[in-house]
Ligand binder design. Structure first.
Ligand SMILES: Nc1nc2c(c(=O)[nH]1)N[C@H]1C(S)=C(S)[C@@H](COP(=O)(O)O)O[C@H]1N2
Ligand SMILES: [Mo]
Length: 573
């Protein structure tokens, strides 16, 4: 963060519009910025903060339109990066020649596309101007312009791989002056993830920094309520350290100005409500989608979902207490949330939900401070998170710092340029994030947790036990789960359970308020002579929505909303 403040020519923003950059980055001396470069997050930004260096998306895009606000004229300059690529590459200095020594100050001057993008890493200086267009993580690489890569690479550990360093070495142009090196080292010692909490060893880790993990799917259906320690974790950033005594929840956009609530106020001044709600990441089952064609994002299996009891104050109660009334209602349409987790530039995680969901008495949106009867674990949002039942995980903001009542959706990356669905025909060259609405309610979903794919079934058992979960977004209750062991030719209706083996008292939900999943189970006779079974499930919700039979027609470049029939193959012996 500090490094960026030193950077004269701000070379990057987190928003498609330079305007919002000005608003968001007002701590940076924009007056001295000679070439402000804005960019579109969309096409190169990878899933939820994770970059992939595996997919074949390296060829430069032609669609690089960089807004260059030269000396405040706002001139828009279209800049085809690919054209200058070869010239610049020729200028890279071969390793055998002794390299020029640069000071940090000299490096800092190269932080715009016209002056070149320089960065330092481990005491070396790199001119990565040409690399910007082919960076799998998109133009966010520009955040490091004129400074060190280390603070960024420690946020996105995907970079700590040999071949990434190899790629970088091709762009080396010099070394950093010894004194400046020392200064950098001192600044880089802190690993932003060093304060992340300990985690359960049973979790299957998808990415360590930021931490993303899901439980072994078989454990999911062991209990109707997912134990907190096994509940999937989806973090985009380091877990923030929050002192409960200093914690303040800011409420903005109401006539009384900014309100500030303590944790104690939230707990004692508002009635405590408890809801049982399933949270599912919009990227759950992404790995099924990537089997069809590569997608960008964390390779979630089918356990990026969990069911818990959440307790806290109702958001609507807090909003009315803070002065929400007809005056605001006439204009406001959205409620924006900001987390206390920030990236290196100080940008918090942020998204929004429609205001009517937040205000509705039947919406059950909570400012939760408890999960499964205990205070929220660090990974799940301590001390306060939003629970938006029936809505994609991404909108359930953890470590909640701010609530803003607004006429517009959150401007943040995760609302504007991520978590949206597209046609299977849309690719990274044609995608227009503005053209699609943000994912809110999720479609109907189900998956098989038993038997496990690739396992063996004993013929002498005469039947196969099939188990799984089913859930739908928007409070739509799952009313039926159909299961087949012959790939979908013949079907059986599974027994739905509101509670698992544990005797959790789960009252049947009110219509439109079915926030929790259903576990299901069925024993199906083994078809005579079958050597392989293709076990398939599909759920039906109270609106008679059901799941599509295959992935290709719903494939999308980000691998979200994967809810095709879940299929598992087992051998009979
Ligand atoms: N502040 C903040 N809130 C967040 C996230 C985050 O990274 N930061 N991740 C979101 C996403 S994408 C999901 S799926 C859920 C996951 O919640 P969990 O980790 O408690 O399962 O949290 C959401 N809320
Ligand atoms: Mo998510």
């Amino acid at each position: 963060m500090h490094r960026l403040r030193h950077c004269r020519g701000l070379a990057c923003v987190f928003s498609p519009s330079a305007q919002s950059a000005l608003k968001l980055k007002n701590n940076i001396p924009l007056a001295s910025c000679s070439g402000l470069v804005s960019y579109c997050w969309g096409s190169r930004s990878s899933h939820q903060g994770q970059s992939s260096y595996y997919y074949s998306s390296w060829r430069p895009r032609l669609r690089y339109v960089l807004m260059s606000l030269v000396a405040g004229t706002g001139a828009v300059v279209a800049y085809g990066l690919h054209q200058v690529k070869s010239e610049r590459a020729a200028a890279a200095v071969p390793q055998t020649v002794s390299l020029p020594v640069y000071t940090q100050e000299e490096v800092m001057k190269h932080c715009s596309l016209d002056k070149g993008i320089w960065v330092t890493y481990n005491g070396d200086v790199y001119d990565i101007t040409d690399f910007v267009a082919i960076h799998p993580g998109g133009n966010r690489i520009l955040l490091a312009a004129g400074g060190a890569l280390e603070p960024f690479w420690s946020l996105y550990a995907v970079h700590r791989q040999e071949h990434v360093q190899e790629i970088l070495s091709g762009y080396k142009v010099g070394v950093l002056q010894a004194e400046d090196c020392k200064k950098q080292e001192a600044a880089n010692l802190v690993d932003p993830y060093s304060t992340d909490p300990p985690r359960h060893p049973a979790l299957i880790v998808n990415s360590l920094k930021p931490f993303n993990a899901e439980p072994p799917p078989g454990l999911l259906t062991d209990s109707y309520i997912t134990p907190s320690a096994l509940f999937f974790t989806r973090n985009h950033l380091p877990v923030p350290q929050v002192d409960p005594n200093k914690y303040r929840l800011k409420i903005e956009g109401l006539p009384s100005g900014t309100m500030s609530l303590t944790l104690n106020t939230l707990k004692s001044n508002f009635p405590k409500y408890t809801v049982i709600a399933t949270i599912q990441c919009a990227g759950n089952r992404r790995s099924d989608m990537s089997k069809v064609k590569p997608v960008k994002g964390l390779n979630w299996g089918f356990a990026a979902i969990g069911n818990a009891t959440w307790s806290g104050a109702r958001l609507r109660d807090v909003l009315y207490h803070c002065g929400f009334g007809p005056e605001v209602a006439a204009k406001a349409r959205h409620v924006q949330f900001e987390g206390l987790d920030c990236d290196v530039t100080g940008m918090p995680y942020g998204v929004s939900i429609p205001l009517n969901k937040a205000l509705s008495e039947e919406g059950d949106v909570l400012l939760a401070y408890e999960m499964n009867g205990e205070e929220l674990p660090a990974d799940h949002g301590y001390p306060v998170r939003v629970i938006v039942p029936g809505v994609a995980g991404a909108r359930n903001v953890k470590w909640l710092g701010k609530v803003v009542i607004s006429e517009v959706e959150s401007e943040c990356h995760w609302q504007q340029n991520d978590y949206k669905g597209f046609s299977p025909g849309t690719n990274w060259d044609t995608v227009d994030y503005k053209s699609a609405p943000a994912i809110q309610e999720l479609p109907v979903q189900s998956a098989i947790t038993q038997p496990v794919d690739g396992s063996l079934v004993d013929r002498r058992m005469e039947e196969v036990n099939v188990k799984g979960y089913a859930w739908s977004g928007g409070g739509r209750e799952v009313v039926r789960v159909d299961v087949s062991v012959d790939g979908g030719k013949t079907w059986h209706v599974a027994k739905l359970r509101d509670n698992g083996e544990d005797e959790f008292p789960a009252p049947s939900p009110q219509p439109g308020r079915a926030w929790a999943w259903k576990l299901w189970e069925i024993a199906i006779p083994l078809p005579e002579g079958a050597e392989v079974l293709e076990v398939v499930c599909k759920a039906v919700d109270s609106s008679y929505n059901t799941q599509p039979d295959s992935v290709p027609p719903i494939w999308n470049l980000r691998g979200v909303l994967c809810n095709a029939w879940h299929r598992v193959k087992v051998k009979v012996n």
